[in-house]
Design a protein around this ligand. Structure first.
Ligand code: 13P
Length: 246
């Protein structure tokens, strides 16, 4: 039995004031015991604020990125040890925006995955194809290669304790969502690639998840939750999505 997980990726949005309002308005509703697990990934500078506001709650905290290195002369980087130190439990690795705008290769993403686990963070490994790749019928090949880079470096057993997020690049921030069937096909493929450990790994869908489409996506056999961008900035919408995962 895989516990549903909904993760908010705020990307580079927020301020002390708006973060506080957003988190408090969500917490006011997300009380008590829930079947679904929820975590929030604010920008790195706001992680301590989130850690404080979420300390007594049932909402976890994640970083949007993690360095492949542990410490030293890496200007601007934040290490897994530092993230764990301030109370993070999760770290996104290989988000398509990092791959696209910051040149992160499959090999670097794999190193980040291993670095996160070295510091007891649960990596949320993001994979997904571009529109051109989907149109060229390369979706499964691309996703398979992204996954394989991590399995080759970390070992398949390491992925057993991680989370995978399938985020088709063409569906991110565009309002275009993969149909539940399109998403399910890729999720099932990812699970199959993970072999014997696959059945226990949570595989999230990301890409224009909204209250209106969440339930249908979550009804698919291999969709165990969501990684939510834009809609996570609105606490009403994010709450509705979390409820749909229950
Ligand atoms: P949107 O929900 O805004 O499409 O973003 C998805 C995403 O990239 C989450 O990591």
């Amino acid at each position: 039995m895989r516990r549903p997980l909904v993760v908010a990726n705020w990307k580079m949005n927020g301020s002390l004031a708006s973060n506080s309002e957003r988190l408090q308005s969500f917490l006011a509703r997300w009380k008590g015991v829930h079947q679904a697990e929820v975590a929030v990934c604010p920008p790195a500078v706001y992680l301590p604020q989130a850690a404080e506001l979420l300390a007594q709650s049932n909402v976890g905290i994640g970083a949007q990125d993690v360095s492949a290195a542990d410490e030293g002369a890496y200007t601007g980087e934040v290490s897994g040890g530092m993230l764990a130190d301030i109370g993070c439990q999760y770290a996104l690795v290989g988000h398509s925006e990092r791959r696209e705008y910051h040149g992160e290769t499959d090999a670097l993403v794999a190193k980040k995955f291993v670095a996160a686990q070295r510091h007891n963070l649960t990596p949320v490994l993001c994979v997904g194809e571009t529109l051109a790749q989907r149109e060229a019928d390369e979706t499964l090949v691309v996703v398979g290669e992204q996954l394989k880079a991590v399995v080759d470096l970390a070992g398949r057993n390491a992925v057993a304790s991680a989370v995978v997020a399938y985020e088709p690049v063409w569906a991110i921030g565009t309002g275009l969502t993969a149909t539940p069937e399109q998403a399910q096909e890729v999720h099932a493929y990812i699970r199959e690639q993970l072999g014997s450990i696959g059945a226990g790994v949570r595989i999230l869908y990301g890409g224009s998840v909204k209250p209106a489409n969440a339930e249908e996506l979550f009804s698919q056999n291999d969709i165990d939750g969501a990684l939510v961008g834009g809609a996570s900035l609105n606490s009403d919408d994010f709450y509705s999505i979390c409820q749909a995962a229950e």
